[in-house]
Design a protein. Structure first.
Length: 293
């Protein structure tokens, strides 16, 4: 107190009035209050921003989870896309096709779901495939890959190929030749036919007489219960039920029925890529949303 009085007295002696001291005192306090207010306001804003950021992150993660849930549900229960990497289904499916597979056509098995969880055996809501259906399935010897083939034999059928012609239950399946298919990979024309199954269902096949002779003449195959005999439409260039690597397809290994081609790209080789790797070089407009018969 003595110090304050001395300062004031000293100040008065130097021409500083009590009013000035009081004014400066209140101005200083007002300055401190404003600084504290600004500081508190900034802290409040930072806290508000932090809370808003947390809310936005939570909303984003929830939206992402919701979208993933929708995508997984569609993929598991409705449609699943697949890519055609080989020519075993020419001319029905071409290399570079992206197809949609109906998951509900034959019911559901563990292979209907991502990572094939072993949650149940067999199929639920099962409707058996028909002759002529194009299906996606997991081969019994290697369920890490997926194959696309056409159902030819159903349980109880007797199947054989003699000199490139299909026999079902000792009856030769009718076929009629149409315009040849030019294969750009091998640079030659391949005989093309319309094959007519006993049900009346028609589809195109290629029968290349200079290709795999092992698939040109086969033994008799008796299709067991809950199994299916499948073949590629490119008959002599297809790894299918005629070979032990694939064999008969169990009903639970079927993923779904191919319904349409979504997109299709013409593939071409690039010199600077190794292993004759091919990349999309053109979009096949005529195959977009092309129905698969």
């Amino acid at each position: 107190m003595i110090i304050v009085v001395n300062i004031l007295q000293g100040g008065f002696r130097n021409g500083v009035t009590l009013t000035n001291v009081i004014l400066h005192y209140y101005v200083f306090n007002l300055y401190i209050i404003i600084k504290l207010f600004i500081r508190e306001t900034k802290l409040e804003k930072l806290e508000k921003l932090r809370k808003n950021l947390v809310v936005r992150i939570v909303r984003f993660l929830f939206s992402l989870f919701f979208l993933l849930l929708i995508a997984v549900s569609i993929r598991s229960f409705l449609f699943e896309p697949f890519h055609i990497p080989s020519g075993s289904m020419k001319s029905t499916l071409l290399e570079g096709d992206y197809i949609f597979t109906s998951k509900y056509s034959y019911g559901y098995s563990k292979y209907s779901f991502p990572f094939s969880p072993n949650i149940f055996g067999g199929r639920i809501f099962y409707t058996p495939p028909k002759r002529g259906d194009v299906i996606v399935f997991k081969p019994i010897r290697n369920d890490s890959i997926s194959f696309v083939k056409r159902v030819i034999g159903i349980p109880g059928d007797k199947v054989q190929v003699i000199e490139g012609e299909l026999y079902l239950n000792d009856q030769k399946v009718e076929r009629k030749q149409i315009e040849s298919f030019f294969d750009y990979e091998s640079s030659h024309n391949i005989p093309r036919y319309i094959e007519i199954l006993p049900s009346g269902k028609e589809h195109e096949i290629l029968v290349d007489n200079v290709s795999n002779k092992l698939s040109y003449d086969t033994p008799i195959y008796y299709v067991p219960n809950n199994r299916f005999f499948v073949m590629g439409d490119n008959r002599n260039n297809s790894l299918d039920s005629r070979f032990p690597e694939v064999g008969f397809v169990p009903m639970e290994n079927i993923i779904g029925r191919v319904s349409m081609v979504g997109l299709s790209f013409k593939l071409g080789k690039v010199d600077w890529l190794p292993f004759n790797f091919r990349i999309p070089i053109a979009l096949r407009l005529d195959r977009i949303l092309h129905k698969v018969a």
